[in-house]
Design a protein around this ligand. Sequence first.
Ligand code: F6R
Length: 251
Amino acid sequence: MQVQVYEDPMRIAAVAVGHIETALQSGEGSPTLGVATGSSPGEVYALLRHRHAAGEFSLRGVSAVALDEYRGLPAGAAQRYRTVLSTELLGPERTGLRQEDLHVPDADAVDPQTAAMHFEGRIAALGGVDLQLLGLGANGHIGFNEPGTSFAARTHLTRLAESTRRANARFFDHELHRMPQYAMTQGLATILDAREIVLIAVGAGKAEAVRAMVQGPLTEDCPASILQEHPQVSVLLDPAAASQLNGTPRS
Ligand code: F6R
């Protein structure tokens, strides 16, 4: 795990975009980018749009695979991750990503198990994920693999932890009752299959989870600790998120 700490949040985005550009160029065949939602990747997507507008980058011809999706929200709801990712990335006016190349788990499927298997099959048919972008939950989740999830889990429907529901209620005008109870998420084993992983965490609220992920034991109590087992992970932090680490280099 390569841990880097940046004072300037724009540097975090620039470094992440550098990784994305390199990974997408070096992948064989048509490349696949794993995309996260939430606050953490916002500046990365803004920079990708900026570079696309400048003619320096394009997601046209790239497949994008979402980490997760809420269950039970109306089609087109602003908080649905398909909507969020469409608004961030889709079309020639954003990053060039095509609608048909954005793959999101079908969290509302009547038969979630079959839908989850179908999603795994889709990732396999794309040749796997070249680079997976991740955020980190304050409880140590990645995707929506909450504490206690098996390291062997693949895509599945999951019940969201109450701490996650409270944290994400901010996207629902702080009305907790509107925040879904369930989501479909790539499993930890699915995430670990990505050839490269870039995780972004900022703010003091993530500091304890960062410490557990980087320097704690490998334990399902901190799902992100499994990233210690992956050969190519970059963890990009601001000083607040890094504040509980012992002896981290500054960049
Ligand atoms: C989002 C996701 C989650 C978030 C995490 C951090 O697709 O899978 O794991 O990355 O909850 O969220 P933010 O970035 O909003 O702090």
